[in-house]
Structures are given as C-alpha cells and as structure tokens.
Design a protein around this ligand. Structure first.
Ligand code: RIB
Ligand code: CA
Length: 313
C-alpha cells in the first residue's frame, strides 16, 4: 500500500519531537509532505526552530518546515515552558539548525498542498493548537472537502484538563480554531489525554530508548528525562505521557487504539470551561457524531513500535 501523505502541524515540544521522529522513521507507511510550526508550547520562533532541529536530528533535512501563526485566532497566546522548558526542547543539548525555514507561510503551504494533491489523499496531523489549520480553512474554504482526514492530539473526557480543570492544552490555547475544525465536517480522529496518559515512559521504556545507543536514542531519553517532571509531580504518574507520538503510531498501526464515533463540541464561551472538549461518550444527546474519540491504547505495543522505529534513525 502506498504511504499515507501527511502534513504535521506542530509546536515542538519534546513529545512533538518524538512524533516527528517516528513519522520520519516510517517511510513505508508515512510520506511527510511538510511540517508546519505553530505557536503553542513555546512561541513560534522556537517551535519553528525546534521542528528543524528534529529534522536534522533524524537526518531528514529535505522535509520543508514552514512557520505559521504566532498567536491564536482571538485570544492571547498561552505557552507551556513550565512543562517543556525555556527552549521547548529542554533535556538534550542539540545544535541550532542549519536548514533554513521554507519560504512562505505555513497556512499557504497547507492550502497549496491540499489543492495540488487529489482530493481525499492528504491527512492533516495537528499536534498543537489548531490555529494554522483553522486559518487555512478560513482563508480557503475550498480545501476543506479535499482533506482525507484529521488525526490530532488534543482534548480529554475522563481525564479532563491539564492546563485548566476542564481543558487540555492544545484545545485550550485556541478554542475558536478547534471549534472551526470540529465543525468542518472532516473526519476527525481525536487522541485525547484519556489515551496519552496511558502512554507513559516508565524507566524501563526509557532505558530501551537509551539502549539504542544512537544520537536519536539518547536525545529521546534525555528529552523524556526532562519532560516527565511535570506529570510525575502533578499526577504522580510513572513517567512522561508521550502525547503526540500516539498520533503517528495511529497512522502506522491503528489497531493499537480503540474508540467511539461520537459527538464532540468545544466550549468557546465560558471562561470557566473554555476549551473543554464536550465529548458525548455515553451518547446521551442526539447530536450527530463528528469525531472518532479514542479511549484506549495498547501501551506495550505502542512502545515496541516506537523503539523499533527509532532504532532505524
Ligand atoms: O496537552 C498535551 C499537548 O499539549 C501535547 O501536544 C503537548 O506537546 C502540548 O502541545
Ligand atoms: Ca504538541
């Protein structure tokens, strides 16, 4: 089967970095047409820099990296240095990128790419706030019907919020953008905290990354050593939740995941619950299903896949 053509929209972030590495290590299943950076975990200048650092770490400097939106559609930017560190990629010492940013704005790359490829053949994989995606849909409504699928990391139901009591970070940062995406009519696969909080990098799993004894293996282990502090302190978890790599793993082995096709709406009015993904998991309303909301992951299978693929880089 031909590899799936994707655009990764991202705010690296250590977990975004691992998601990008997993995609670049899997050319049989994934063809990364480009990477679009968005403001999120850290400001845009850093997410655009970090995305290039990761491409160079993987030895894939041919992948174009575009800078996108530097703030949400209608709210001030909220960042997460408390989780990811000042650089957004704290942990390993990695060289500044030599590869330049691709010319042009990320939103225009998304629009041009969707127009250039056959309808229904390009998947969008947002790993951060949905500002670039929603901006592309607003600027070029004709591309909405051309999107094959959106597979995103964001939201929560049973796990509720990680940035507020009610909301997960990616959705919280730009709830209006998320509302546009969830109302677009495109098939959206949602990988929420309910799943990613089961994808924990325990010591044993991180030792397996280190045991690869490669530049990539050591970098991923050191990113995780840094990134896990926040979740261990807040949740008492056994290690860092690898949020974004779950998106890439879903593209490669969807059978590692299970969920329900339900209605999901985004809170955009109340400051108290702003950015909450109101998931009708128990189907108590007659609102039409608009998302495949993933609820479970085979965590051992996920880490076996991730470690095997990282060994290729
Ligand atoms: O809430 C977790 C999400 O927010 C992840 O994508 C992480 O990288 C941050 O963007
Ligand atoms: Ca992210």
């Amino acid at each position: 089967m031909a590899p799936r053509k994707i655009i990764i929209d991202t705010d690296p972030g250590q977990d975004d970095a691992v998601a990008i590495l997993l995609a670049l290590a899997s050319p049989e299943e994934i063809d990364v047409l480009g990477i679009t950076a968005v403001a999120g975990n850290v400001p845009l200048e850093l997410t655009a820099k970090n995305a290039r650092i990761v491409c160079e770490l993987a030895g894939h400097t041919h992948v174009p990296v575009y800078a996108g939106c530097d703030r949400p559609l209608n709210r001030p930017l909220v960042t997460a240095e408390h989780v990811h560190g000042k650089t957004g990629l704290d942990g390993p010492v990695l060289p500044d990128p030599e590869m330049p940013l691709a010319d042009g704005h990320a939103v225009d790359f998304i629009i041009d790419t969707l127009r250039a490829h056959e309808p229904g053949t390009v998947t969008l994989c947002p790993l951060g706030p949905l500002t670039n995606i929603a901006s592309a849909f607003q600027k070029a409504p004709d591309i909405v019907d051309r999107v094959q699928e959106i597979v995103l990391m964001g939201g929560a139901y049973f796990e509720v919020g990680n940035i507020t009591p009610a909301a997960e970070f990616n959705i919280y940062v730009d709830p209006v953008a998320a509302d546009i995406v969830f109302k677009s009519g495109i098939h959206v696969v949602v990988i929420p905290l309910d799943v990613t909080h089961d994808a924990l990098v325990t010591k044993h799993r991180n030792d397996a990354f280190r045991a690869l004894d490669s530049k990539v293996g050591h970098a991923v282990a050191e990113m995780t050593d840094f990134f896990e502090r926040f979740d261990i302190e807040k949740y008492g978890s056994e290690g860092a939740p690898l949020h974004d790599p779950c998106v890439t793993a879903y593209l490669i082995r969807p059978e590692l995941f299970s969920g329900r096709h339900i209605n999901v709406q985004i809170e955009t009015q109340s400051e108290l619950t702003m950015g909450m993904t109101v998931a009708d998991w128990w189907r108590v309303t007659d609102h039409p299903p608009n998302a495949m909301f993933i609820g479970e992951i085979d965590a051992d299978g996920f880490f076996a896949l991730l470690t095997e693929r990282l060994a290729r880089l």
